[in-house]
Design a protein around this ligand. Structure first.
Ligand code: BES
Ligand code: MN
Ligand code: MN
Length: 455
């Protein structure tokens, strides 16, 4: 074990250079113009997996982007880890707000800046380097490992469930390990035991066949932008509760012990507001900020588009208005059921003055596990060795759709050990990853394989 850790310490700088190569590939899954880059990234990951000593490395084609698979199954008698990560990244817009180009990774003040640095390439790469250290030093791992990397996580993992169902036998393992979440705060390593789910919609309203002169027609014709705002305003009441009938029926209430545990976490509301430039916090009455983001469902407007938005003024009555909206779900809400309730509610509140089109987009189920399972405990010991401090247990507001699939289809528990920091700008301009967390994360990953390998 010591020789593995030594190797990791000695190669610290090389890892950063290699990570830069991975971060240079613009594998943006949401944009068709990056299709070839996404594939190139899958191939790069496959090549890297071969380089570090994994076997049976191949790309599985899907109707969308390829899934990269590789394994090492030489630790007979030891448990098998199924490692999951994603090699796709979010779009980079608005580009002008980046302080260095998103696909030319740049190190400043101990952080590496690039799209995908934290979410999720940097975190996947930690595990690659832990595997490499074992293979280079010992020629073997203390545990069996199967790795699957997905290229469509950021667009809803549309093809992954089918892949998992079709390869149930080959994917048999003992535990899933994922590094695609965050640490609670700098210096506070964390294991995440719950994620929110998601349903996402686009709403299109049409008020007329073409834009109209707002003087000639205004007052006699419904304005779809206004109607859309009225409809959105009917989604929540004044206490922040979502008004869709039946929306809360399956919501699992927060446990008193969770509320107590979270209340004692080092969360500073003043700093939170300051860090993110928020004048005053707002959320559902009766819940704290952590409770609102980790354990309560939400309705959000992700985008709005209508009418004239250029410089200057144009007196126009827009023909159409569009909104992208989504709901984060918590256990035990079911995305399909919530989608139906939402669709019905929108149809009910839409006035006859506009044409309505509702399009359902991607989604995913919420997930939660108990954290007293032996793998979570093993991860706790490994993280303590890597970070010098035992992890705390958190839930998170984000979604990783496949985690519930692993549970339901393969019967596998997941250990979510993430090293992203809350201010690392995932999905935003200037995404970054703290390089000491990256380094400690490699060491913790190495210890994690050792701990799980002991069975
Ligand atoms: N890594 C995130 C999920 C995440 C975020 C976990 C914060 C824990 C804390 C993941 O890449 C992501 O962004 N997921 C999407 C899923 C969606 C497209 C279905 C999300 O949460 O918006
Ligand atoms: Mn991610
Ligand atoms: Mn993401």
């Amino acid at each position: 074990m010591d020789n593995v850790i030594d190797f990791i310490n000695v190669n610290r700088d090389r890892y950063v250079d290699e990570l830069k190569t991975l971060l240079a590939i613009p594998s943006v899954s949401a944009l068709p113009e990056h299709k070839a880059d996404v594939r190139r990234c899958a191939e790069w990951c496959g090549d890297e997996m071969r380089r570090i000593g994994l076997q049976n490395v191949r790309l599985f084609e899907t109707p969308g982007n390829p899934i990269v698979y590789g394994d090492w199954l030489g630790a007979s008698g030891a448990p098998t880890i199924l490692f999951y990560g994603h090699y796709d990244v979010q779009p980079v817009d608005p580009l002008n707000l980046w302080e260095s180009p998103p696909f030319e990774a740049t190190v400043r003040d101990g952080e590496i800046y690039a799209r995908g640095a934290a979410d999720d390439k940097g975190q996947v790469f930690m595990h690659f380097k832990a595997v490499e250290a074992y293979m280079k030093q010992n020629g073997r791992l203390p545990v069996n490992i199967k790795i699957i990397l997905e290229g469509e996580e950021e667009v809803g993992s549309e093809n992954l469930d089918d892949f998992i169902r079709a390869h149930k036998g080959e994917l048999q393992s003992d535990v899933v390990v994922i590094s695609d979440s965050g640490m609670f705060a700098r210096g506070v390593p964390s294991i995440c035991y719950g994620l929110r789910g998601l349903v996402y919609f686009q709403i299109d309203l049409r008020g007329s066949s073409t834009d109209l002169h707002s003087g000639s027609f205004g007052g006699a014709v419904a304005n779809p932008a206004f109607v859309l705002c009225q409809m959105i305003a009917q989604m929540k009441d004044r206490s922040g509760r979502i008004k869709i009938p039946g929306f809360y029926d399956d919501v699992k209430p927060l446990l008193d012990e969770e509320r107590q545990a979270w209340a004692s976490l080092p969360f500073n509301e003043k700093k939170y507001k300051k860090d993110f430039g928020i004048p005053k916090l707002l959320g559902e009455t009766g819940y704290t900020t952590l409770e609102r983001t980790w354990a309560r469902p939400t309705f959000e407007v992700n985008g709005l588009l209508s009418g004239f938005t250029g410089e200057g003024a144009k007196t126009v009555l827009p023909a159409v208005a569009m909104a992208k909206v989504s709901m984060r779900l918590v256990p035990n809400q079911d995305p399909n059921k919530i989608a139906d309730l939402f669709q019905k509610y929108v149809e009910d509140i839409a006035p006859k003055t506009v044409g309505l089109k509702i399009t359902r987009m991607h989604g995913g189920k919420p997930w939660m596990t108990s954290y007293d399972n032996p793998y979570v405990q093993a991860a706790g010991r490994a993280i303590e060795k890597g970070f010098g401090r035992a992890p705390i247990f958190t839930r998170e507001g984000g979604s990783i759709p496949v985690v519930s699939t692993f549970q339901e289809e393969l019967g596998l528990p997941s250990v979510l050990f993430g090293v992203g920091l809350p201010d690392e700008n995932a999905h935003a301009p200037n995404e970054k990853l703290d390089l000491s967390n990256f380094h400690n994360g490699i060491i913790a990953s190495a210890y994690l394989y050792d701990e799980i390998g002991r069975g």
